[in-house]
Design a protein around this ligand. Structure first.
Ligand SMILES: [Zn+2]
Length: 106
């Protein structure tokens, strides 16, 4: 996602996808304090809804893939593509806005 201050990519996808940097970070170029815009929250909310609505089908997908014998915790991994798709949508369509609370630590 681009930094609204310097117009350069503020963060790489790997760092972004690892957690809280998706919502609050400092630009890696100009160190402006940034927070996620509303679109990111909207997309992530829809991703959560999609993930939960997909839960009843997990057993079916696991059965279809012939993985019925695997540990039930591992079955949740079939949901990862849904989550990744949501993250990718948030990455491409979402963005940052400048946080009012500036960080001066370099
Ligand atoms: Zn910047």
């Amino acid at each position: 996602m681009k930094c609204p201050s310097c117009r350069i990519k503020a963060i790489n996808f790997i760092t972004w996808a690892q957690g809280l940097s998706a919502f609050k970070t400092n630009c890696s170029n100009c160190n402006t304090a940034l927070k996620a815009n509303a679109l990111v929250y909207v997309i992530l909310l829809f991703t959560l809804i999609a993930t939960f609505s997909f839960f009843p089908y997990v057993e079916g997908v696991v059965g279809y893939l012939g993985l019925s014998d695997i540990n039930s915790k591992l079955k949740v991994f079939v949901l990862i593509p849904v989550i990744l798709l949501g993250a990718a949508l948030a990455w491409f369509f979402g963005g940052y806005k400048i946080s009012k609370k500036q960080s001066y630590s370099k």
